[in-house]
Design a protein. Structure first.
Length: 430
């Protein structure tokens, strides 16, 4: 098998969640900038048109001095684009322009006064712009009320002025609910963007938790397997090797004790990895091509292994890696809980599925000191023997590929782990 070819990690999401969160927020910011840009352009065009119409209208029809007409018209027109950025400055400027025009102008036969058509249009547009900029309802109402109040004294000049005051107040008041609806829509849109960003953040957290769980399983499979073999070999060395000196026996005993201590600390670390942040694991993963070496290492630890491999087995892909890990975990359980028992490993392809079977005979001696049933299950005595992550990891690996895993004691003694992995899940090749 080409060692440079390794299965890719299972896809969890089509895009990284943190990138999705940044894209959502970035799109919202870009949309807000686009709105401001287009609104600024539209209000500038409207301001120029109002200025061009209102200056000659005020000078000829209402008798306002040309400079005063230009000043009041400029105040009313410029307030509209200023409202895009400087809300209250624009509101104050428009109110001052309305009051100045009413003071400097005179009623004209057949012409609305003190609110000419250009002033009504300008005030209406100002309120709409404030609504688009998400000014509060109270703020918009205050702007509308200020424009109406400053011209109330002029409504007592004659009946026409009073009618014009009422009409102007009613027309500009229509802008309030429209602006309010626009404001609410903007708020709802902003909330939607925030919810999307929050959902993306939650997805990122969920993916990180899944990644930490996978790392914990990998650590359990790799390190626990190696430490178990080291412990068994160091413990059995004084009985397997003749002529060892007392110093050598003491050194083997120290190695065994160190292995036991390392396994205990590793199990504590597994709990941390299942709840703390960790970087994704990217090292190459073994496959079915390494089963022979795995069986040989377990055999040297005192557990004879018979290996039966079928034809057309996938040499790479997720199913191959998962099958290797399942066999590795099952053999580690045999080493820990049924030392000396013979293990039988079978891997074959049946009806498009990769079937993995690991069975062990009953242990030749009494149960281990931890109180295991010598069946090979690390769930038999989780407090003393294992944390229970091994068999859970086997089930999770099978489920991840759409398969299933079963395990339990055999009628005549011993233990069996059986997993079925669909080959179509990863497109593994023989």
């Amino acid at each position: 098998m080409d060692d440079t070819q390794h299965p890719a990690a299972p896809p969890i999401a089509p895009d990284p969640p943190h990138a999705a969160g940044r894209a959502t927020v970035g799109w919202a910011l870009a949309d807000d900038r686009r709105l401001r840009a287009w609104l600024w352009l539209a209000t500038c065009v409207l301001a120029v048109l109002l200025l061009a119409v209102s200056v000659p209208l005020a000078a000829t029809l209402y008798g306002v001095h040309l400079l005063a007409a230009f000043a009041t018209s400029l105040a009313l027109s410029a307030a509209i684009p200023l409202a895009v950025r400087f809300h209250w400055v624009a509101a104050a400027l428009a109110t001052a322009g309305i009051l100045a025009f009413a003071v400097l102008s005179a009623p004209s036969d057949g012409a609305p006064w003190p609110w000419p058509v250009t002033t009504i249009i300008g005030q209406f547009a100002l309120l709409l712009v404030l609504g688009l900029m998400r000014v509060s309802w109270a703020g918009m109402f205050g702007v509308w009320l200020a424009g109406v109040v400053v011209t109330v004294p002029f409504a007592f000049v004659d009946v026409g002025a009073a009618a014009n005051e009422i009409a102007a107040a009613a027309i500009t008041a229509v802008a309030l609910p429209i602006a309010l609806l626009i404001t609410q829509r903007r708020v709802v849109t902003a909330e939607l963007f925030r919810e999307r960003a929050h959902s993306a953040s939650e997805q990122e957290r969920r993916v990180l938790v899944e990644e930490r769980n996978r790392i914990a399983r990998e650590l359990h499979d790799v390190v626990a397997h190696g430490l178990s073999i080291i412990h068994v070999q160091a413990t059995s060395a004084p009985y397997r090797v003749e002529g060892l000196s007392d110093e050598a026996k003491a050194e083997f005993a120290e190695i065994a004790a160190s292995a036991r201590s390392a396994m205990t600390e590793m199990r504590q670390l597994l709990g941390v990895l299942r709840s703390a942040e960790a970087a994704p694991e990217t090292t190459p993963q073994p496959g079915l091509g390494e089963l022979a070496a795995l069986a040989a290492s377990v055999d040297r630890a005192g557990v004879p292994v018979t290996l039966e491999l079928g034809e057309h087995l996938p040499q790479d892909g997720l199913a191959s890696t998962a099958a290797y890990r399942i066999v590795q975990e099952a053999l580690s359980n045999v080493v820990r809980h049924a030392p000396g028992a013979t293990a039988h490993v079978g891997v074959e392809v049946l009806a498009g599925d990769l079937v993995v079977s690991v069975e062990n005979d009953p242990a030749p001696g009494p149960p281990d000191a931890a109180g295991s049933d010598a069946s090979g299950s690390d769930a038999a005595a989780p407090d003393s023997v294992g944390s229970g992550h091994g068999l859970v990891g086997i089930g999770e690996r099978a489920t991840l590929l759409g398969g299933r895993a079963e395990h339990g004691s055999l009628p005549g003694g011993g233990y069996r782990v059986l997993a079925t992995l669909p080959l179509g899940a990863d497109g593994g090749t023989a």
